[in-house]
Design a protein around this ligand. Sequence first.
Ligand SMILES: [Mg+2]
Ligand SMILES: [Zn+2]
Length: 353
Amino acid sequence: MRVLIVQLFPSQKLSFSFLKKKETNFSCFINTQVELQRCPHKKTHLFSSLSPPLCLEFGAEGSEKKREQETTQKRKREMGVVVIFDFDRTIIENDSDNWVTTQLGASYLFDLLRPSLPWNSLMDRVMTELHSQGKSIDDIANSLKKIYLDPHIVSAIKSAHSLGCDLRVVSDANEFFIETVLKHYGILSCFTDIITNPSFVDKEGKLRILPFHISNMSPHGCALCPPNMCKGKIIENIMKSVNAEERKNFIYLGDGKGDYCPSLKLTNEDYVMPRDKYPLSNLISDNPDRIKAKVYRWSNGEELERTLSELINKLLNRDQANNNLQNLSGECKLEAIPASSEEGYSVAIPVPR
Ligand SMILES: [Mg+2]
Ligand SMILES: [Zn+2]
């Protein structure tokens, strides 16, 4: 029997992910053989478990689960890392508009109308045409479910969420496409918000796609962005709302021209992750002085996962160091496992049964 004493900081899950790596059977034992106590300040958990392998439990049922959810929410607020994903060619490998259009046989119409309609209106028109050809909303959903999403990206999203990051999608696709894909891959609930062109199914069962900004009513006035959506304005609004209490760090991932404007809004405390050899990456290279954020490129899902994880860990370590300092003045002074270290900080204490 070993007892592991840890202090539950906002970024504590990182410590558990190290244990998971170290203990190969960790996930199999997560719900078994665990004793858990809390100190009165609810910041400290005392875990005891059999060894080997080491087992940890975060509370599974009833009030314990509720407390865990509260802790997660608190951790999210405290963590201060906001990760913003573009959708097309960033979360998913392809472009969802092109995918649906091709899969459902509307490429000819798409190509025909492309020169005369803005992209957003064009997609609405294509959906109307598909409906008139007898294609249902389920046909559209089924084609979306076939879109490839790299398992590394699924894993990167789940892991960032479990570490307490505030994840959002900002995309020029549309609500129906994005939600259908994210739900299909079981990651919709990882996101706090999806900011995109609104869509709805009308009385006839037709999918309608609307512009995010109604340009003739309130033009956004940004020369870099298409009339229906300025992602830069969206990022400014997110920054205003999440930075109200304290400055958060942003990590922005994207590939396209539309991701350049929001990248310019980031500060030198933020990070931009452009997909290498895609328009955003080229625009950044062509105008290196315009970007204040630190730039980390990626070319595939594996690189995205690794880079994002490294950046989050860097920010987590910084947050944890700050929290350690704050907690030195607290009354609970138990051993803590630092996120960055695998050795030397966990304590194994025999406990009589
Ligand atoms: Mg994109
Ligand atoms: Zn813009």
